[in-house]
Design a protein around this ligand. Structure first.
Ligand code: PHE
Length: 356
């Protein structure tokens, strides 16, 4: 390989330029670390060319010795430098190629595709049923004022539901009502107030959302759950409209067979008020474990909007009448699918959620 070694006038001589050129070419052609290491051994190693040159020094004449020695030192430094530089270039190349080389044949990590939570499915289904009857879906904030959550709904200041045991009060004061605090809405009914303060009848809205109550968590209680509020205001809305509307809705959700029962009840913001029962769709009203042997399932509260509520929203006295209702999404979903523990909705157990 090496033709760099020539014998001149009986002494060994080295063609340093040619060696340097050869090394230069060889190093430039190196593509892998191992090849570079092989070159380093070949030139700079213990049995390498540089050592061979040093070993040949004693055979040289006295005036040649320092010259050749100096050249050998220079050559050693140059080769060291060449190899070091190439090492850096190789490293850069490796870095770049590792970015580029993607093995498209490796099986990918599949991600599971999620789906709509069962509670959201129920909310969508109920909202759609009312949208088909001409209602518009509206939204309200979860942080409310005492005025919207209670006062405007004709709930007196000493009503037990206003107690801190039954409502989550925030430390944030209500900026528009001195001495009063903001709270987490305990029902979706403040949505009625917001709509009526904003709009003039005729109006028909449906307001789904989260509500909060400081209840201890058990199979039928959660500190957070979902309600859907309905409100229809116009001139001459009657209780028979309320009955007809809710009957049409319940039959759509639970089947044509069910019977309806409007049981007199009390809500401060409706008058008259009722609780709505449907005949148990499991046992057809005969009595079973789902309906607690009663034959009826309680599914929502409703009534005609109280005149005091209209007054609080600034509507002229006696001009409008309206109907309102509120239902619990978890309860309806539990009844519909035979789910016996409310906590299942919120524990995020895929084995439960994937069933729906
Ligand atoms: N807000 C009532 C509740 O949370 C339900 C309701 C709404 C009753 C509208 C009547 C009219 O229990």
């Amino acid at each position: 390989m090496f033709r760099a070694r020539t014998v001149v006038r009986g002494v060994m001589n080295w063609n340093f330029e040619e060696i340097q050129e050869t090394v230069c070419k060889e190093v430039a052609g190196v593509l892998a670390d191992q090849e570079l290491e092989a070159l380093r051994v070949k030139y700079l190693g213990r049995k390498g060319l540089i050592q061979e040159i040093y070993a040949s020094l004693p055979t040289l004449s006295n005036d040649q010795k320092p010259l050749v020695g100096k050249k050998a030192n220079e050559l050693r430094n140059e080769i060291t430098q060449l190899i070091d530089d190439r090492k850096i270039i190789l490293k850069e190349k490796q870095k770049k190629s590792s970015h580029k080389s993607i093995d498209v044949t490796i099986p990918g990590v599949s991600s599971t595709i999620g789906h709509t939570h069962i509670l959201t499915q129920t909310i969508n289904e109920i909202c759609l049923a009312f949208e088909n009857l001409g209602f518009v879906v509206a939204d309200g904030p979860e942080i409310e004022t005492e005025f919207n959550n209670f006062t405007a709904l004709n709930i007196p200041i000493d009503h037990p539901s206003r107690d801190a045991f039954d409502t989550f009060y925030l430390e944030e004061p209500d900026p528009n009502n001195k001495g009063r605090y903001l709270l987490l809405r305990s029902h979706t009914s403040p949505g009625q107030i917001r709509i009526m303060k904003d709009m003039t009848p005729p109006l028909a809205v449906i307001i789904p959302g989260k509500v909060y109550r400081p209840d201890a968590v058990d199979a039928s209680h959660s500190f957070m759950f979902h309600q859907i509020e309905g409100l229809l205001v116009d001139k001459d809305v009657k209780f028979s409209d309320l009955k007809g509307l809710l009957t049409a809705f319940c039959k759509r959700l639970f089947g044509e067979k069910i019977k309806m029962r409007f049981r007199p009840h009390f809500f401060p913001f409706t008058e008259p008020s009722a609780e709505v029962d449907i005949s148990c769709y499991i046992c057809d009203g005969k009595g079973c474990s789902v309906c607690g042997r009663k034959g009826w399932l309680e599914i929502m509260g409703c009534g005609m909007v109280h005149p005091k509520v209209f007054e609080a929203c600034g509507y002229p006295k006696g001009k409008y009448t309206g109907l309102a209702f509120g239902l619990g999404v978890e309860r309806i979903t539990m009844l519909k699918y035979g789910i016996n523990d409310i906590r299942l909705f919120f524990e995020n157990d895929q084995r439960f959620l994937n069933q729906f």
